[in-house]
Design a protein around this ligand. Structure first.
Ligand SMILES: [Zn+2]
Length: 397
């Protein structure tokens, strides 16, 4: 089998120790969202030491310029992008550690482990000389994790044309090939009354209770969520709204000034994101009118919904490579999270497949990734790149 021997040959160039060292160096550089500059510098240095010329576009975020490197074959062809975020959620820093097959530390799972595997895939393809045509474009950036970022650095990069023709994203999702996902917005509502905090028995009769108004918002959003249950996509699931936080008051008999709520709004493919936003804003305005309280709504579009045609040629190449590496193709299914893949569909109109390592503990201080599976991932990414680059996939053999 030509494909199997190609995979075997590529696999011999995937260096487990080099991969692990890249991952550990990336994890060792703390990079909470907005402050991923050190981790970006580490990645740029790794690539430069490997002989790549590295671009550092600011892409609207000069504190942490993005990292861009290319591996091009002698013959022109298609560009496959390996794309990852370097930032981590704002939790206490955990340094890298290896424990058997587990790599742990901040970002081990989300997503420095996967990004290291993508880098290793590019190095393995280079060392093998197997890329007959086309380019691997490696990109890494900050400002991914909400609510501290909302993907704006990646948006800039796409707008500046730093984009391939298809994208692989090594976020930790590996049990399915995601072909549909919901759009996401985060919202915060701050409900206020004008007066000062005061003992409840002295409360002014002409001022609204911000706690009652907050409770009313929760009730109205619950009714909205009930209606949204009817908006269902066969793969992506249902539209929703969700309240994750509510805070008000300092003491049991005080009349507070502020009630603050936060949550999400998700919509299904085919929904107009702008309409979703205007309906949500209208709901907040109605609450202000009905309650008499001031309602200050911050509504932040994060990423749009997407669908990927399972018959797309990129899916075919990915599944062919997966079959060779793992002995089976992946079942298709939903993508439960909204990630940068959604952005590539909506903003660049190109297909993106999220596929990463067996890993866990995302958004906790107990992140881990399977080192064996990172090696598998590097082999898979390398094979997809070698198959994808030549505009006629058959030319790779
Ligand atoms: Zn992530």
């Amino acid at each position: 089998m030509i494909l199997a021997s190609m995979a075997d040959n590529l696999g011999t160039f995937v260096d487990r120790r080099r991969l692990l060292s890249i991952a550990e160096r990336l994890i060792a550089a703390p990079s909470p969202t907005g402050r991923a500059g050190d981790a970006a510098n580490v990645l740029a240095a790794i690539l430069a030491d490997e002989g790549f010329s590295v671009d550092r576009p600011e892409a609207g975020h000069p504190k942490a310029p993005a990292v861009v490197a290319r591996l091009s074959a002698a013959s022109p062809g298609r560009t496959l992008q390996f794309e990852g975020h370097l930032d981590t959620v704002h939790l206490p820093f955990v340094p890298p550690r290896v424990d058997g097959d587990h790599l742990t530390g901040s970002g081990a799972s989300d997503m420095k482990g996967g990004l290291a595997a993508a880098v290793e895939a590019m190095l393995a393809v280079r060392d093998s000389g197997a890329l007959a045509a086309g380019t691997i474009l490696l990109t890494a950036h900050d400002l991914h994790e909400s609510p501290w970022g909302h993907g704006q650095q990646l948006d800039h990069m796409i707008d500046e044309g730093i984009v391939g023709e298809a994208v692989l994203i090594p976020e930790p999702l590996g049990d399915r090939l995601p072909i549909a996902g919901r759009g996401l917005a985060c919202w915060e509502a701050v409900i206020r009354r004008p007066g000062l905090p005061i003992h409840e028995v002295l409360r002014p009769t002409n001022e609204p209770s911000v706690i009652e108004a907050g409770a009313e918002l929760v009730a109205r959003l619950a009714r909205l969520d009930g209606r949204l249950a009817a908006e269902v996509h066969p793969i992506a699931g249902r539209a929703s709204t969700f309240v994750g936080q509510i805070h008000a008051g300092d003491i049991y008999n005080g009349f507070p000034q502020i009630c603050r709520l936060e949550g999400t709004r998700r919509w299904i493919p085919g929904t107009d994101a702008a309409t979703v936003e205007s309906e949500f804003r209208a709901l907040a305005n109605e609450l202000a009118r009905d309650s008499g309280a001031e309602v200050d709504l911050t509504y932040r579009f994060v990423r749009d919904a997407f669908t990927l045609d399972p018959a797309h040629p990129f899916v075919g190449i990915f599944q062919e490579a997966h079959q060779v590496i793992s002995g089976r193709t992946l079942p298709t299914g939903p993508k439960p999270i909204a990630d940068d893949g959604n952005t590539f569909f909506a903003r660049a109109r190109i297909p993106a497949i999220t596929h990463g390592p067996r890993a866990g503990g995302q958004h906790t201080v107990e992140e881990w990734a399977s080192i064996d599976d990172l090696v598998r991932l590097a082999r898979l990414y390398a094979l997809v790149a070698v198959l994808y680059g030549p505009s006629d996939p058959g030319a790779a053999s």
